[in-house]
Design a protein around this ligand. Structure first.
Ligand code: NAP
Length: 501
């Protein structure tokens, strides 16, 4: 709803994935009309557009992995498949008029701050000047490729799971997969059904929790149609269970951890019959230290006759396959890299500079940190969605980002009501916030002696170490004392000539 008594800022949203769509909807709801949404690809959807590997699904229950304002009665499975989520994202974006506003196939290349404004230029050579930038570029979108000797010499088909080559059939082929993370376990469950022979190269085993999938019947869906209250209740029930079991287990609740520990060990014991295979699949670190796998199919797949678990380390890749440290050459037609992502790049490689020409690479040279996961000192009127320390573990990032979007809107509101012209988190506030995070990390399982993408190069988890309720509290209301602020009068308005430049 447009409120004419407040100013209408111009806002650029970078990315039209789950958080970009959300931010655009919330800005529009707040009556902000001057919104530019830049999307590097030709469709909305982000993660769910890019990850199309066999078996791709969300391991957070579908009714919980849903915008709070738009339940979806049509989910077919408890753990929605990637294509269903993509369709949902496209539908929400379209219904809220976001899709029409997106500038597709146009990525932001230059983004520079000067005197209260952001100067942007895009891959299509377009320029614009805006009051605010919201970076909604996601966390896990830069595939991590392993650095293995001989990779270039491989003659078969090789691709990363986030760049799945659908032209390559796996039917009857000798397939190898490197990795056993959340992605690999989904892929393995699926491709073991068609591959002639599948070799799984495991460096570290994973804890697996079996939560059965459920197919929603027509009757189930009919009950939910047109009943947002019922869908909200269902979502809240899942969220309650996840918060009090899985979130609690990783953030220091001993009882919850004992339960998850018991159930995952029991799952391994009951599901894997061969003691030798079971030993190979048994991790030596605390449950939850790496992201917990939810799967009721992975162990079954690993026991298929055509599947071999290789635990000898990879020594090199040859023209024909993979050689392991024991000297075995595994001949492969297809090699799949389920090797994860570089989670600390965020909006980079965009050329982003803040106040006084501070480059983001310099701001983050020592450590990738933010204030309340949303603001970076030196970058006024610039906000991150799913910034550092957003994830809690196996919880819905949609819920986390909804809280962030409200926080961003409250900061923008101060501008609209002419209380500030720029807001920029202070260095001191960032340091205090990160000390507070560090203080909470000791009791989490992420520091439990395993390697994972959760850890930054110093070994500090880039996660939220407290409860969900604490997350909501922290982001409830911006504390303006934590921000450097300029008032409207302090900013020299840009001239038309500067704007054109
Ligand atoms: P990941 O958890 O980082 O796993 C990467 C895997 O590759 C690990 O098993 C790792 O072994 C292995 N690896 C990496 N480099 C290697 C090398 N040089 N040699 C041998 N093995 C190597 O990545 P991911 O599975 O793509 O998952 C990343 C995140 O994406 C998840 O944690 C989750 O947040 C998200 N995700 C979510 C869903 C969902 O359903 N919601 C599904 C998929 C992914 P080590 O363990 O030894 O490092």
């Amino acid at each position: 709803m447009q409120n004419n008594s407040v100013k209408n800022p111009s806002v650029a949203v970078i990315g039209a994935g789950m958080t970009g769509i959300l931010m655009a909807i919330k800005l529009r709801e707040a009556g902000i009309t001057d919104i530019t949404i830049l999307e590097k690809a030709d469709k909305v959807g982000g993660t769910w557009r890019e990850n199309t590997y066999p078996g791709v699904a969300c391991d957070v229950p579908a009714h919980m992995y849903t915008y709070s304002f738009q339940g979806n009665p049509e989910w077919k499975h408890r753990f929605a498949h990637g294509s269903e989520i993509q369709a949902y994202m496209e539908q929400v974006s379209c219904e809220h008029g976001v899709t029409d506003q997106v500038r597709f196939n146009e990525s932001l290349e230059e983004c520079h701050y000067r005197d209260g404004k952001w100067y942007l230029s895009t891959s299509k050579g377009n320029s614009m000047v805006v009051d605010f930038v919201v970076s909604a570029t996601g966390i896990l979108h830069h595939p991590a490729y392993p650095d293995i000797k001989g990779m270039d010499s491989y003659r078969g088909d090789m691709f990363h799971t986030a760049r799945w080559n659908h032209d390559v059939s796996l039917k009857g082929k000798r397939v190898g997969i490197i990795g056993t993370g959340s992605t690999a376990t989904q892929v393995i469950s699926e491709i073991s059904k068609t591959a002639g022979h599948l070799t799984v190269f495991q460096r570290t085993p994973q804890w697996v929790c079996s939560v059965p999938d459920k197919v929603y019947s027509e009757a189930d869906k009919a009950k939910l149609r047109g009943n947002q209250r019922l869908m909200t209740r269902l979502s809240e029930r899942y969220a309650f269970a996840f918060r009090n079991i899985f979130t609690a287990a990783v953030t220091g609740n001993k009882l919850a951890h004992a339960f998850v520990n018991w159930t995952t060990r029991r799952n391994l014991r009951k599901s894997v019959r061969d003691p030798e295979l079971r030993a190979k699949l048994t991790p030596d670190y605390k449950v939850g230290c790496k992201r917990l796998i939810f799967s009721s199919t992975f162990y079954e797949a690993m026991q298929s006759e055509n599947v071999h678990l290789e635990t000898n380390a990879i020594e090199r890749i040859t023209e024909g396959g993979v050689v392991t440290k024991d000297g075995t050459e595994h001949q492969l037609d297809v090699l799949i890299l389920a090797t994860g992502f570089n989670p600390f790049n965020f909006m980079r490689p965009m050329n982003l500079t803040g106040r006084d020409g501070l480059a983001i690479d310099d701001a983050w040279a020592e450590k990738v940190q933010a204030y309340r996961s949303v603001c970076i000192p030196g970058f006024p009127n610039f906000f991150l969605m799913l910034g550092p320390n957003t994830p809690i573990g196996n919880y819905s990032v949609i819920a986390m980002s909804e809280v962030q979007s409200q926080y961003v809107l409250k900061l923008i509101d101060h501008w609209r009501n002419e209380r500030v012209q720029t807001v920029e988190a202070t260095e001191d506030a960032k340091v205090r916030f990160n000390s507070y995070l560090k203080a909470g990390m000791g009791k989490t399982v992420w520091v439990g002696g395993c390697q994972s993408w959760y850890l930054d190069p110093d070994g500090d988890p880039a996660m939220w170490p407290y409860s969900w309720e604490q997350w909501v509290k922290e982001l409830e209301e911006p504390d303006l004392d934590d921000f450097l602020r300029t008032s409207p009068a302090e900013i020299i308005p840009i001239t038309p000539a500067e704007k054109a430049a």
